[in-house]
Design a protein around this ligand. Structure first.
Ligand SMILES: [Zn+2]
Length: 104
């Protein structure tokens, strides 16, 4: 199934340890079906100090499976499975099933 989630979308995490959190998509990896989501699925890396930077713990997001994410409508702020509609121009757009807002 082709993903309906794009960069800069707000999504709701529906499973895993970040379940229930809303966050923004930073990047989508269509070839692996995963996405990088801001502050979600963070792993802590321990970094050795170098001359340029002090060492310590560094938080880094890891990609999460798109199946664990649901698009959040920017208008009504509800997590939805968008409907795909085709405009007169032939362009496909996502439409909120709840408030009928077109989500670009
Ligand atoms: Zn909506």
């Amino acid at each position: 199934m082709k993903s309906k989630i794009k960069k800069k979308d707000t999504v709701l995490v529906i499973s895993g340890r970040d379940k229930g959190k809303k966050a923004e998509i930073l990047k989508v990896y269509p070839e692996t079906g995963r996405a990088l989501v801001s502050k979600i699925n963070v792993c802590t890396k321990h970094v050795k100090p170098t001359q340029a930077e002090p060492g310590g713990r560094r938080d880094k997001e890891m990609p999460i499976n798109l199946a664990k994410l649901m698009l959040v409508c920017p208008k009504c702020e509800v997590a939805i499975r968008p409907k795909i509609d085709r405009l007169a121009t032939g362009e496909k757009v996502r439409v909120c099933r709840k408030c009928s807002e077109v989500i670009l």
